[in-house]
Design a binder for this molecule. Structure first.
Ligand SMILES: Cc1cc2nc3c(=O)[nH]c(=O)nc-3n(C[C@H](O)[C@H](O)[C@H](O)COP(=O)(O)OP(=O)(O)OC[C@H]3O[C@@H](n4cnc5c(N)ncnc54)[C@H](O)[C@@H]3O)c2cc1C
Length: 382
Protein backbone atom coordinates (compact mmCIF):
# COMPACT_ATOMS: atom_id res chain seq x y z
CA UNK A 1 0.00 0.00 0.00
CA UNK A 2 1.30 3.53 -0.83
CA UNK A 3 2.13 5.85 2.07
CA UNK A 4 0.00 8.96 2.66
CA UNK A 5 2.50 11.44 1.23
CA UNK A 6 5.69 11.47 -0.87
CA UNK A 7 8.80 10.30 0.90
CA UNK A 8 11.58 12.91 0.67
CA UNK A 9 15.11 11.67 -0.01
CA UNK A 10 16.77 13.91 2.59
CA UNK A 11 15.71 16.04 5.58
CA UNK A 12 17.45 17.38 8.67
CA UNK A 13 15.29 15.57 11.23
CA UNK A 14 13.07 12.47 11.04
CA UNK A 15 10.60 12.04 13.91
CA UNK A 16 9.29 8.49 14.35
CA UNK A 17 5.68 8.45 15.62
CA UNK A 18 2.81 10.91 15.35
CA UNK A 19 1.53 10.66 18.90
CA UNK A 20 1.84 13.51 21.40
CA UNK A 21 5.58 12.93 21.84
CA UNK A 22 6.43 13.07 18.13
CA UNK A 23 3.93 15.82 17.26
CA UNK A 24 5.00 18.11 20.09
CA UNK A 25 8.71 17.69 19.31
CA UNK A 26 8.12 18.34 15.60
CA UNK A 27 6.08 21.48 16.33
CA UNK A 28 8.64 22.76 18.86
CA UNK A 29 11.50 22.12 16.42
CA UNK A 30 9.82 24.29 13.80
CA UNK A 31 9.36 27.04 16.41
CA UNK A 32 13.11 26.76 17.04
CA UNK A 33 13.79 27.31 13.33
CA UNK A 34 14.17 23.71 12.05
CA UNK A 35 12.04 23.55 8.93
CA UNK A 36 13.43 20.51 7.13
CA UNK A 37 11.80 17.54 8.79
CA UNK A 38 9.63 14.49 8.41
CA UNK A 39 7.21 12.85 10.84
CA UNK A 40 6.70 9.18 9.99
CA UNK A 41 3.65 7.38 11.38
CA UNK A 42 3.09 3.69 10.79
CA UNK A 43 -0.68 3.86 11.26
CA UNK A 44 -3.09 5.42 8.79
CA UNK A 45 -4.11 8.05 11.36
CA UNK A 46 -2.00 9.97 13.89
CA UNK A 47 -3.04 9.28 17.48
CA UNK A 48 -4.13 5.71 16.74
CA UNK A 49 -2.59 4.49 20.00
CA UNK A 50 -2.29 6.11 23.46
CA UNK A 51 -2.45 9.69 22.19
CA UNK A 52 -5.91 9.32 20.69
CA UNK A 53 -7.31 6.91 23.28
CA UNK A 54 -6.42 8.42 26.66
CA UNK A 55 -8.56 9.97 29.38
CA UNK A 56 -7.68 13.56 28.30
CA UNK A 57 -7.17 14.78 31.87
CA UNK A 58 -4.58 17.39 32.77
CA UNK A 59 -3.57 16.76 36.36
CA UNK A 60 -0.93 18.67 38.31
CA UNK A 61 -0.45 16.21 41.11
CA UNK A 62 2.66 14.07 41.13
CA UNK A 63 4.65 12.79 44.08
CA UNK A 64 7.95 12.91 42.15
CA UNK A 65 9.02 16.62 42.36
CA UNK A 66 10.62 16.51 38.88
CA UNK A 67 7.45 15.16 37.31
CA UNK A 68 5.41 17.66 39.28
CA UNK A 69 7.41 20.48 37.69
CA UNK A 70 6.96 18.93 34.25
CA UNK A 71 3.18 18.53 34.66
CA UNK A 72 2.79 22.06 36.03
CA UNK A 73 4.73 23.49 33.08
CA UNK A 74 2.73 21.27 30.72
CA UNK A 75 -0.57 22.54 32.11
CA UNK A 76 0.66 26.14 32.02
CA UNK A 77 1.35 25.74 28.30
CA UNK A 78 -1.96 23.96 27.69
CA UNK A 79 -3.78 26.81 29.45
CA UNK A 80 -2.22 29.27 27.02
CA UNK A 81 -3.04 27.18 23.94
CA UNK A 82 -5.98 27.86 21.70
CA UNK A 83 -7.04 25.98 18.59
CA UNK A 84 -9.38 27.82 16.20
CA UNK A 85 -9.98 30.47 18.86
CA UNK A 86 -10.99 27.93 21.54
CA UNK A 87 -8.90 26.94 24.56
CA UNK A 88 -7.76 23.29 24.35
CA UNK A 89 -7.90 22.96 28.14
CA UNK A 90 -11.28 23.17 29.85
CA UNK A 91 -10.41 24.03 33.46
CA UNK A 92 -13.03 21.95 35.22
CA UNK A 93 -10.77 21.42 38.23
CA UNK A 94 -9.80 18.13 39.81
CA UNK A 95 -11.05 16.59 43.06
CA UNK A 96 -8.60 14.09 44.57
CA UNK A 97 -10.26 11.90 47.17
CA UNK A 98 -8.39 10.89 50.30
CA UNK A 99 -9.28 8.24 52.89
CA UNK A 100 -8.16 8.77 56.49
CA UNK A 101 -5.95 11.61 57.65
CA UNK A 102 -5.04 14.23 55.02
CA UNK A 103 -1.28 14.36 55.79
CA UNK A 104 -0.30 13.49 52.20
CA UNK A 105 -2.60 16.19 50.84
CA UNK A 106 -1.05 18.75 53.15
CA UNK A 107 2.38 17.90 51.69
CA UNK A 108 1.02 18.14 48.14
CA UNK A 109 -0.49 21.53 48.89
CA UNK A 110 2.86 22.83 50.08
CA UNK A 111 4.52 21.61 46.86
CA UNK A 112 1.75 23.02 44.64
CA UNK A 113 1.89 26.32 46.53
CA UNK A 114 5.64 26.56 45.82
CA UNK A 115 4.79 26.56 42.10
CA UNK A 116 1.83 28.94 42.56
CA UNK A 117 -0.72 26.24 41.72
CA UNK A 118 -3.90 26.89 43.73
CA UNK A 119 -5.44 24.09 45.77
CA UNK A 120 -7.89 23.67 48.63
CA UNK A 121 -8.21 20.90 51.16
CA UNK A 122 -11.87 20.20 51.93
CA UNK A 123 -13.33 17.85 54.53
CA UNK A 124 -15.99 15.51 53.13
CA UNK A 125 -19.03 17.43 54.46
CA UNK A 126 -17.73 20.75 53.17
CA UNK A 127 -16.86 19.22 49.80
CA UNK A 128 -20.32 17.63 49.40
CA UNK A 129 -21.97 20.95 50.15
CA UNK A 130 -19.99 22.59 47.37
CA UNK A 131 -20.13 19.65 44.93
CA UNK A 132 -23.37 17.79 45.70
CA UNK A 133 -22.56 14.90 43.32
CA UNK A 134 -19.79 13.90 45.77
CA UNK A 135 -22.52 12.34 47.95
CA UNK A 136 -22.12 9.34 45.64
CA UNK A 137 -18.46 8.85 46.65
CA UNK A 138 -16.93 7.71 49.94
CA UNK A 139 -13.93 9.66 51.22
CA UNK A 140 -12.75 11.70 54.20
CA UNK A 141 -11.06 14.65 52.50
CA UNK A 142 -10.59 15.95 49.01
CA UNK A 143 -7.87 18.09 47.54
CA UNK A 144 -9.43 20.45 45.00
CA UNK A 145 -7.14 21.74 42.24
CA UNK A 146 -9.19 24.29 40.28
CA UNK A 147 -6.71 24.66 37.41
CA UNK A 148 -6.71 20.97 36.42
CA UNK A 149 -9.08 19.92 33.68
CA UNK A 150 -9.88 18.14 30.47
CA UNK A 151 -8.16 18.65 27.10
CA UNK A 152 -9.54 18.41 23.60
CA UNK A 153 -6.90 15.85 22.66
CA UNK A 154 -7.87 15.53 19.00
CA UNK A 155 -7.73 19.30 18.47
CA UNK A 156 -4.38 19.49 20.25
CA UNK A 157 -2.73 16.64 18.34
CA UNK A 158 -4.05 17.83 14.98
CA UNK A 159 -2.91 21.37 15.72
CA UNK A 160 0.63 20.32 16.67
CA UNK A 161 1.01 18.30 13.47
CA UNK A 162 -0.46 21.15 11.44
CA UNK A 163 1.95 23.60 13.07
CA UNK A 164 4.88 21.39 12.04
CA UNK A 165 3.48 20.87 8.56
CA UNK A 166 2.83 24.53 7.88
CA UNK A 167 6.43 25.36 8.87
CA UNK A 168 7.94 22.89 6.41
CA UNK A 169 7.80 19.41 7.98
CA UNK A 170 6.14 16.60 6.07
CA UNK A 171 3.83 14.29 8.00
CA UNK A 172 3.54 10.91 6.30
CA UNK A 173 1.21 8.28 7.68
CA UNK A 174 0.80 4.63 6.78
CA UNK A 175 4.57 4.42 6.56
CA UNK A 176 6.61 2.92 9.39
CA UNK A 177 10.30 3.32 9.98
CA UNK A 178 11.84 -0.16 9.60
CA UNK A 179 15.35 0.61 10.77
CA UNK A 180 18.01 3.26 11.14
CA UNK A 181 20.65 3.77 8.47
CA UNK A 182 23.90 3.81 10.42
CA UNK A 183 27.44 4.61 9.45
CA UNK A 184 29.24 2.86 12.29
CA UNK A 185 27.50 4.41 15.27
CA UNK A 186 26.37 7.57 13.46
CA UNK A 187 22.81 8.07 12.20
CA UNK A 188 22.54 8.73 8.46
CA UNK A 189 18.76 8.30 8.06
CA UNK A 190 15.95 5.75 8.16
CA UNK A 191 14.63 2.90 6.03
CA UNK A 192 10.93 2.65 5.27
CA UNK A 193 9.03 0.14 3.10
CA UNK A 194 8.78 2.94 0.53
CA UNK A 195 12.38 4.07 0.39
CA UNK A 196 15.21 5.53 2.42
CA UNK A 197 15.34 9.02 3.90
CA UNK A 198 18.67 10.63 4.73
CA UNK A 199 18.77 12.59 8.01
CA UNK A 200 21.32 13.90 10.52
CA UNK A 201 18.95 13.43 13.43
CA UNK A 202 16.31 10.80 14.14
CA UNK A 203 13.89 11.25 17.05
CA UNK A 204 12.51 8.00 18.44
CA UNK A 205 9.00 8.93 19.68
CA UNK A 206 7.51 5.54 18.89
CA UNK A 207 5.44 5.19 22.08
CA UNK A 208 5.08 1.56 23.15
CA UNK A 209 7.56 0.55 20.41
CA UNK A 210 10.23 3.08 21.40
CA UNK A 211 13.74 2.22 22.50
CA UNK A 212 14.44 -0.52 19.94
CA UNK A 213 15.39 1.42 16.79
CA UNK A 214 19.13 1.01 16.27
CA UNK A 215 19.36 -0.52 19.74
CA UNK A 216 18.56 -4.16 19.14
CA UNK A 217 21.80 -4.89 21.05
CA UNK A 218 20.30 -3.23 24.15
CA UNK A 219 16.77 -1.81 23.87
CA UNK A 220 15.93 0.91 26.38
CA UNK A 221 14.20 -0.77 29.33
CA UNK A 222 10.70 0.57 28.69
CA UNK A 223 7.66 -1.41 29.80
CA UNK A 224 4.07 -1.07 28.64
CA UNK A 225 1.06 -1.48 30.88
CA UNK A 226 -2.50 -1.93 29.69
CA UNK A 227 -5.23 0.29 31.13
CA UNK A 228 -9.00 0.28 30.46
CA UNK A 229 -11.46 3.14 30.07
CA UNK A 230 -15.25 2.89 30.15
CA UNK A 231 -18.02 5.22 29.03
CA UNK A 232 -21.37 5.04 30.78
CA UNK A 233 -24.90 5.84 29.72
CA UNK A 234 -26.48 9.15 30.79
CA UNK A 235 -25.60 10.37 34.27
CA UNK A 236 -27.77 13.41 34.99
CA UNK A 237 -26.46 13.86 38.51
CA UNK A 238 -23.05 14.98 37.20
CA UNK A 239 -22.93 18.46 35.64
CA UNK A 240 -21.06 18.39 32.33
CA UNK A 241 -18.55 20.92 33.62
CA UNK A 242 -18.00 19.06 36.92
CA UNK A 243 -14.40 18.51 38.08
CA UNK A 244 -12.76 15.18 37.42
CA UNK A 245 -12.82 12.95 40.50
CA UNK A 246 -9.82 10.72 41.26
CA UNK A 247 -9.63 8.43 44.27
CA UNK A 248 -5.88 8.13 44.67
CA UNK A 249 -6.04 5.70 47.60
CA UNK A 250 -8.42 3.18 46.04
CA UNK A 251 -7.34 3.81 42.46
CA UNK A 252 -10.20 4.80 40.16
CA UNK A 253 -11.29 7.97 38.41
CA UNK A 254 -14.44 9.41 36.91
CA UNK A 255 -15.17 12.50 34.85
CA UNK A 256 -18.06 13.76 32.71
CA UNK A 257 -18.01 12.51 29.11
CA UNK A 258 -20.84 13.76 26.93
CA UNK A 259 -24.06 13.04 28.80
CA UNK A 260 -22.43 10.20 30.73
CA UNK A 261 -19.22 9.40 32.56
CA UNK A 262 -15.75 8.30 31.63
CA UNK A 263 -14.53 5.81 34.23
CA UNK A 264 -11.23 4.04 34.85
CA UNK A 265 -10.36 1.32 37.37
CA UNK A 266 -6.67 2.35 37.21
CA UNK A 267 -5.71 -1.19 36.21
CA UNK A 268 -2.12 -1.83 35.27
CA UNK A 269 -1.16 -5.10 33.56
CA UNK A 270 2.12 -5.53 31.70
CA UNK A 271 1.46 -6.05 27.99
CA UNK A 272 3.63 -6.24 24.85
CA UNK A 273 3.48 -3.27 22.44
CA UNK A 274 0.31 -3.38 20.33
CA UNK A 275 -3.39 -2.68 20.50
CA UNK A 276 -4.60 -4.62 23.54
CA UNK A 277 -7.97 -6.37 23.60
CA UNK A 278 -10.46 -5.51 26.34
CA UNK A 279 -10.20 -7.89 29.29
CA UNK A 280 -13.57 -8.56 31.03
CA UNK A 281 -11.69 -8.66 34.34
CA UNK A 282 -11.24 -4.86 34.10
CA UNK A 283 -15.00 -4.28 34.24
CA UNK A 284 -15.23 -6.60 37.25
CA UNK A 285 -12.44 -4.61 38.94
CA UNK A 286 -14.22 -1.31 38.26
CA UNK A 287 -17.55 -2.70 39.52
CA UNK A 288 -15.88 -3.94 42.71
CA UNK A 289 -14.16 -0.59 43.41
CA UNK A 290 -17.35 1.38 42.78
CA UNK A 291 -19.47 -0.94 44.91
CA UNK A 292 -17.09 -0.56 47.86
CA UNK A 293 -16.05 3.09 47.50
CA UNK A 294 -18.55 4.92 45.28
CA UNK A 295 -21.80 3.03 45.92
CA UNK A 296 -23.74 5.88 44.31
CA UNK A 297 -22.20 4.88 40.99
CA UNK A 298 -22.42 1.11 41.36
CA UNK A 299 -25.58 0.73 39.25
CA UNK A 300 -24.38 2.90 36.36
CA UNK A 301 -24.66 1.15 32.99
CA UNK A 302 -21.49 0.92 30.91
CA UNK A 303 -21.89 1.45 27.16
CA UNK A 304 -18.41 1.01 25.74
CA UNK A 305 -14.86 0.29 26.76
CA UNK A 306 -11.38 0.14 25.32
CA UNK A 307 -7.86 -0.63 26.44
CA UNK A 308 -4.60 1.05 25.60
CA UNK A 309 -0.98 1.06 26.73
CA UNK A 310 0.97 3.42 28.97
CA UNK A 311 4.75 3.17 28.55
CA UNK A 312 7.15 3.70 31.43
CA UNK A 313 10.87 3.69 32.17
CA UNK A 314 11.77 1.85 35.41
CA UNK A 315 11.87 5.12 37.42
CA UNK A 316 8.64 6.32 35.76
CA UNK A 317 10.29 9.45 34.39
CA UNK A 318 10.19 10.14 30.66
CA UNK A 319 13.27 9.68 28.52
CA UNK A 320 14.22 12.92 26.75
CA UNK A 321 17.77 12.95 25.49
CA UNK A 322 20.49 11.81 23.12
CA UNK A 323 21.20 8.14 22.79
CA UNK A 324 24.38 7.20 24.73
CA UNK A 325 25.67 4.91 21.96
CA UNK A 326 24.34 6.20 18.62
CA UNK A 327 25.21 9.71 17.45
CA UNK A 328 22.21 11.58 16.06
CA UNK A 329 19.55 9.41 17.73
CA UNK A 330 17.35 11.32 20.19
CA UNK A 331 14.78 9.69 22.48
CA UNK A 332 11.41 11.09 23.54
CA UNK A 333 9.64 8.17 25.16
CA UNK A 334 8.18 6.70 28.33
CA UNK A 335 5.81 9.55 29.21
CA UNK A 336 3.65 7.06 31.13
CA UNK A 337 0.27 8.26 32.29
CA UNK A 338 0.95 11.99 31.81
CA UNK A 339 2.20 12.18 28.22
CA UNK A 340 -0.64 14.37 27.03
CA UNK A 341 -0.49 16.73 30.03
CA UNK A 342 3.27 17.18 29.65
CA UNK A 343 3.43 17.07 25.85
CA UNK A 344 4.02 20.78 25.25
CA UNK A 345 6.67 20.94 27.98
CA UNK A 346 8.38 17.76 26.73
CA UNK A 347 8.35 19.10 23.17
CA UNK A 348 10.11 22.28 24.27
CA UNK A 349 12.72 20.46 26.37
CA UNK A 350 13.45 18.03 23.52
CA UNK A 351 13.73 20.68 20.81
CA UNK A 352 16.00 22.85 22.99
CA UNK A 353 18.34 19.91 23.58
CA UNK A 354 18.26 18.84 19.92
CA UNK A 355 19.16 22.39 18.86
CA UNK A 356 22.06 22.49 21.35
CA UNK A 357 20.40 24.93 23.76
CA UNK A 358 20.28 24.91 27.56
CA UNK A 359 17.20 23.99 29.58
CA UNK A 360 17.43 25.82 32.89
CA UNK A 361 13.99 25.37 34.45
CA UNK A 362 14.19 21.62 35.07
CA UNK A 363 16.98 19.13 35.76
CA UNK A 364 17.23 17.43 32.34
CA UNK A 365 19.76 14.89 33.63
CA UNK A 366 16.84 13.08 35.27
CA UNK A 367 15.39 12.44 31.77
CA UNK A 368 18.69 11.37 30.20
CA UNK A 369 18.79 8.17 28.13
CA UNK A 370 21.98 7.19 29.95
CA UNK A 371 20.78 7.72 33.52
CA UNK A 372 21.45 4.97 36.04
CA UNK A 373 17.83 3.83 36.21
CA UNK A 374 17.96 2.81 32.54
CA UNK A 375 21.06 0.68 32.64
CA UNK A 376 19.99 -2.69 31.34
CA UNK A 377 21.80 -5.92 30.73
CA UNK A 378 22.64 -6.18 27.00
CA UNK A 379 20.63 -8.86 25.21
CA UNK A 380 22.26 -11.52 23.08
CA UNK A 381 20.68 -11.58 19.60
CA UNK A 382 21.22 -15.16 18.59
C1 LIG B 1 -6.00 4.48 29.20
C2 LIG B 1 -5.04 5.62 29.22
C3 LIG B 1 -5.40 6.82 29.81
C4 LIG B 1 -4.52 7.90 29.80
N1 LIG B 1 -4.92 9.08 30.34
C5 LIG B 1 -4.11 10.15 30.30
C6 LIG B 1 -4.53 11.39 30.81
O1 LIG B 1 -5.66 11.53 31.26
N2 LIG B 1 -3.66 12.44 30.76
C7 LIG B 1 -2.39 12.32 30.24
O2 LIG B 1 -1.64 13.28 30.26
N3 LIG B 1 -1.97 11.15 29.72
C8 LIG B 1 -2.80 10.06 29.74
N4 LIG B 1 -2.38 8.87 29.24
C9 LIG B 1 -1.00 8.77 28.74
C10 LIG B 1 -0.84 9.36 27.35
O3 LIG B 1 -1.89 8.94 26.52
C11 LIG B 1 0.49 8.89 26.78
O4 LIG B 1 1.54 9.19 27.69
C12 LIG B 1 0.83 9.58 25.46
O5 LIG B 1 -0.26 9.57 24.59
C13 LIG B 1 2.02 8.87 24.82
O6 LIG B 1 2.31 9.53 23.61
P1 LIG B 1 3.41 8.94 22.64
O7 LIG B 1 3.48 9.83 21.48
O8 LIG B 1 4.64 8.66 23.43
O9 LIG B 1 2.86 7.48 22.23
P2 LIG B 1 1.70 7.03 21.12
O10 LIG B 1 0.52 7.86 21.28
O11 LIG B 1 1.60 5.59 21.29
O12 LIG B 1 2.40 7.42 19.78
C14 LIG B 1 3.49 6.69 19.25
C15 LIG B 1 3.23 6.54 17.77
O13 LIG B 1 4.38 5.95 17.16
C16 LIG B 1 3.94 5.13 16.10
N5 LIG B 1 5.01 4.20 15.77
C17 LIG B 1 5.51 3.20 16.53
N6 LIG B 1 6.52 2.60 15.90
C18 LIG B 1 6.68 3.23 14.72
C19 LIG B 1 7.57 3.06 13.62
N7 LIG B 1 8.53 2.13 13.62
N8 LIG B 1 7.45 3.88 12.55
C20 LIG B 1 6.49 4.86 12.52
N9 LIG B 1 5.61 5.04 13.53
C21 LIG B 1 5.72 4.25 14.62
C22 LIG B 1 2.71 4.46 16.66
O14 LIG B 1 1.87 3.97 15.62
C23 LIG B 1 2.07 5.60 17.46
O15 LIG B 1 1.09 6.30 16.72
C24 LIG B 1 -3.24 7.77 29.23
C25 LIG B 1 -2.86 6.57 28.62
C26 LIG B 1 -3.76 5.51 28.59
C27 LIG B 1 -3.35 4.24 27.91
Amino acid sequence: MAPRGRIPSEVDVVVIGAGFAGASVAAALTRAGVTSGLVLERELLPGSHASGRNAAMARQLETDPTLLKLTIEGVRKLRAKEVAGRPVLCQTGGLYLIHGEPDRATEWRTQLHEWCVPSELLAAAQARQRFPFLSRFEFDYTLFCPTDGVVDIHALLTDLLEEARSAGFQVITDCGCESLILDGSVVRGVRTPHGEVGARIVVDAAGAWAGHLGRLFAPLPLKCFRRHLFVSGDAEFLPRDAPLVWDLDVGYYVRPEGAGLLLCPCDETEHPPGMPAVDPEAEALLADKLLKHAPGLADISLRRSWACLRTFAPDRRPIIGWDPDIDGLFHVSGPGGFGMTTSLAIGDVASTLICGGVVDWIEVGSFSASRGALRSIPQCNN
